[in-house]
Design a protein around this ligand. Structure first.
Ligand code: DGL
Length: 304
């Protein structure tokens, strides 16, 4: 049986390329190695789509910790433990870089991840406060994110840093329950629309004209957010950080001569989940228009 929490004995279905148990070292990062991308669930696909579009030659491994989502209402120590376990799993495939495609996991665990793997190229996601501050005309920026992200020290510092140099007011709104709706694939249901309306309305009331999507799940309800704003007679700009993250990854790989050479065979995307396999396969199709086979990894973390 597998034990993702301890990462020592993860068993994979036979269809999956067999990983080596050896940990990667600084000298063994190779340009043909895959890139590991992970999230608490399917949200990270809003980052993966930009990585795939910008770097089509790269082989990608996506890990959706759906059996454990949402992260955003869990204690930081639990998130750190999950992230380190997922990283250990990805390491068995000799990944050359990891993308933490989750704002919550980045805020809670990126420093622990970097100190655990000092030689690894790690790219995280942060709410796009800076680009939003440059865009806003009303001077009010609304930030939608998880409770955990908004209360994290990393986010508090980022916000403080920006407000010290620019005259912008940030209004934050935790969106409990929204990740669950997106995980269920309910991108357009009445229940999801009601949640979006509940969370967006106070921001609009404060005259926010720019909305930061501070959780990688939220770009999948971008049209719903726009619709709610339109109904309220407002025009807003939404800030999604998927593309800058992909560019940052490209810069890092270029700088370290780790870009994979394009080959005749298209690069593979392999996916793993601690949740239901068929639901995730549908989600790849629904969210990205890609057909990707998903392997189940049984997770034995706390709370499961
Ligand atoms: N996609 C994660 C993020 O960016 C969602 C966190 C959660 O699972 O609550 O924050």
């Amino acid at each position: 049986s597998s034990d993702l929490k301890n990462g020592k004995s993860v068993s994979l279905p036979p269809s999956v390329t067999s990983p080596s148990r050896l940990a990667n070292t600084s000298t063994s990062l190779t340009s043909n190695a895959p890139i590991g991308v992970f999230d608490s669930g399917m949200g990270g696909l809003s980052v993966l789509r930009h990585v795939h579009a910008l770097l089509p030659a790269e082989e990608l491994l996506y890990f959706a910790d759906s059996g454990f989502a949402p992260y955003g209402e869990k204690p930081e120590s639990v998130i750190v433990e999950r992230v380190l376990s997922i990283a250990e799993f990805l390491q068995t495939f000799h990944v050359k870089a990891m993308v933490v495609a989750c704002n919550t996991a980045t805020a809670a665990a990126i420093s622990a991840l970097r100190s655990q793997y000092p030689y690894m190229h790690v790219v995280g996601v942060e709410p796009g406060l800076k680009p939003a501050a440059a865009i806003t005309k009303s001077g009010v920026v609304g930030v939608l994110a998880t409770t955990s992200t908004l209360t994290s020290e990393k986010f508090q510092k980022l916000q403080q840093h920006i407000t010290e140099s620019v005259q912008v007011k940030f209004i934050t709104q935790a969106c409990n329950g929204l990740v669950d709706q997106i995980e269920k694939g309910e991108l357009n249901s009445r229940a999801t629309a009601e949640l979006v309306e509940r969370y967006l309305t106070p921001l609009l009331k404060h005259h926010a004209d720019t909305i930061v999507l501070g959780c990688t799940h939220y770009p999948f309800v971008q049209s719903l957010i726009e619709h709610v704003a339109n109904v309220a007679g407002r025009r807003i700009i939404q800030v999604d950080t998927g593309e800058p993250v992909a560019r940052q990854l490209q810069r890092l790989l270029t700088q370290h001569a780790l870009l994979r050479e394009p080959s005749a065979t298209p690069a593979r995307i392999q996916a793993f989940t601690s949740g239901s396999r068929s639901t995730r396969e549908n989600a790849f199709h629904q969210l990205l228009g890609l057909s990707v086979s998903v392997a189940s990894v049984e997770a034995l973390g706390p709370g499961t």
